[in-house]
Design a protein. Structure first.
Length: 529
């Protein structure tokens, strides 16, 4: 899925075999788990990785202070325990004494501090820097007003990390499960183009990366919890086309997929229903409108007309897996939050279409003078089919002419930042942690994830007030008000909320995605088959 989320410029590629200097279990004839991956990881550097495909592999290669169970419960990771002071703004993490890097060296608290400062360097332009915004003085560092050394995180000893926050944030332990907060061994190990220099601290280490083909991992013999890592080798096989993934699965070349084509539902239900795993998770697919263009910049009626002309129920039905239609940005299931919707969400189709036509005309367009737009999206069967369906709705209802720009994923990650290339882009957002702010902060004026270029002072003020508020009820009201402000401005067109779809062989056990759709290989096992 695109994160949608969480997308990033082309970063670093790793080639070749893992060197003898990195410690891993010999694989031999041991079990190999073959996982489908619907896109090439853009980067395996925690400071730059901002797409779901990179996240998936990073969760196997690294471990943060905390980890998340399938139930959503936050558990100790590199940190064996933690405590928080009476103000709720200072956390103390104690690192376990047997946490090791893949080269056998101990994981030290200073390496978290180093990684976080590195991520926040303004010159790096990290897409995931917002994930550390809670830490004291991080906003000023991101803005370039303070040096990274001013960050409110320090290590009084090798096994103690103190984190000072801008404000109380009870969800901090969950936020620390995200790959942006992972430690790194050194600048060289994170950025190197050669696997020989790569060092990580998770259940697996990198064995080989064949670009566009597969990423191979082997069990890390230095990992502190290696006794509970049951599968010796993991192969992520890159297969962006969902039909080809299913074909590989049916041919016995994959043990599990990470996507399922809707057109295969009848066959799956008839013959393999027990192998289908469908789970809702916190993610939203949407179209971003380029607010820097003269078309959309000051034309609210047009933006609203485009939103109302989309029949989201038809889109959800075409997906085939029960994705809920989205009339707001935040999905159901977020902690301490009631998702907001456009008021016209309850309109019947006739009233919705009639209002869309009225707004389109008020915006200055007619059938004789139609709107022409360029729609950018990455190569993916479902994404393309959805784009074609929406373009047909716009054409039928309003007369809009749509030009498609379909690009390979890595190219798309760059093009989405080039506002001269598109008027509408298919985007998405997957939660990094279960809190409404993680969604809404993406539309702050200066957020690196604000592809639409949305800027509303009232919206930012509401988020700032929520950030300073300790009372959870008041904070919730402020965040809900912020979403309403954003929805009323129509910088984006939410389409549907995600569910994950996987085909899993019966001999693969433990497939229970968490609310953020994370499924680490460590939690899986394989029966003899």
């Amino acid at each position: 899925m695109i994160r949608a989320s969480r997308l990033i410029l082309f970063s670093y590629m790793l080639f070749g075999l893992w060197s003898c200097g990195n410690q891993s279990d010999p694989v031999g004839s041991a079990q190999v788990l073959r996982r489908g991956l619907a896109g090439e990881p853009a980067s395996l550097d925690p400071a730059t990785a901002a797409d779901n495909f990179s996240f998936q592999v990073l969760q196997d290669l690294y471990e943060g202070l905390t980890v998340e169970a399938a139930s959503g419960e936050v558990l100790p990771g590199v940190a064996s325990s933690w405590s928080v002071d009476s103000t709720g703004t200072e956390y103390t993490f104690r690192l376990r004494n047997n946490a090791r890097w893949s080269n056998g060296q101990p994981v030290r608290a200073q390496e978290f501090v180093f990684a976080w400062r590195r991520l926040l360097e303004p010159g790096r332009g990290s897409q995931v820097s917002d994930d550390l915004r809670l830490i004291a003085r991080a906003p000023e560092i991101i803005a370039g007003h303070l040096p990274p050394s001013a960050l409110g995180a320090y290590a009084p000893s090798d096994d103690v990390l103190v984190v000072q926050l801008e404000r109380p944030a009870p969800y901090l332990p969950q936020m620390l499960t995200h790959s942006a907060t992972f430690p790194i061994y050194s600048e060289t190990s994170a950025r190197s183009h050669t696997p020989e220099a790569w060092v990580s601290n998770g259940p697996y280490v990198l064995s080989r990366w064949l670009p566009g083909t597969r990423v191979e991992l082997v069990r890390n013999s230095s990992y502190w919890d290696r006794a509970n890592v049951h599968i010796a080798k993991v192969e992520y096989q890159v297969a962006p086309d969902q039909n080809s993934q299913l074909a590989q699965y049916r041919a016995g070349q994959l043990d599990m997929t990470d996507i399922v084509p809707p057109n295969a539902i009848p066959w799956i239900q008839a013959e393999h229903s027990r192998e289908l795993v469908v789970s809702p998770f916190l993610a939203t697919a949407y179209f971003g409108l380029n607010l820097s263009t003269s078309i959309f910049a000051s034309n609210l009626p047009l933006r609203k007309a485009l939103a109302m002309a989309i029949d989201r129920k038809r889109i959800a039905a075409a997906q085939g897996f029960g994705q809920p239609p989205a009339y707001g940005f935040l999905p159901p299931g977020i902690w301490n939050y009631k998702p907001q919707n456009w008021q016209w969400a309850a309109f019947d189709d006739d009233d919705r279409i009639a209002e869309a036509k009225r707004l389109y005309k008020a915006a200055g367009y007619t059938s004789d003078k139609p709107l022409h737009i360029r729609l950018l999206f990455n190569s993916n069967t479902v994404i393309k089919q959805t784009a074609i369906l929406i373009a047909a709705m716009w054409k039928e209802t309003l007369g809009i002419e749509t030009e498609f720009t379909e690009e390979e994923y890595r190219v798309f990650l760059q093009s989405r930042h080039d506002k001269a290339r598109w008027e509408v882009a298919r985007l998405g957002w997957t939660a990094d942690f279960n809190d409404a702010s993680n969604f809404l902060d993406t539309f702050r004026k200066n957020s690196p994830n604000n592809d639409a270029g949305y800027a509303n002072t009232s919206f930012d003020i509401l988020l700032d007030e929520a950030a300073r508020t300790q009372d959870s009820g008041t904070r919730r009201q402020l965040l809900e008000a912020a979403e309403r402000v954003m929805l009323d401005d129509y910088p984006i067109l939410p389409l549907y909320f995600f569910v994950s779809k996987r085909m899993v062989k019966s001999y693969v056990h433990g497939v229970r995605p968490d609310p953020l759709d994370r499924l680490t290989s460590k939690t899986l096992s394989m029966a003899v088959h």
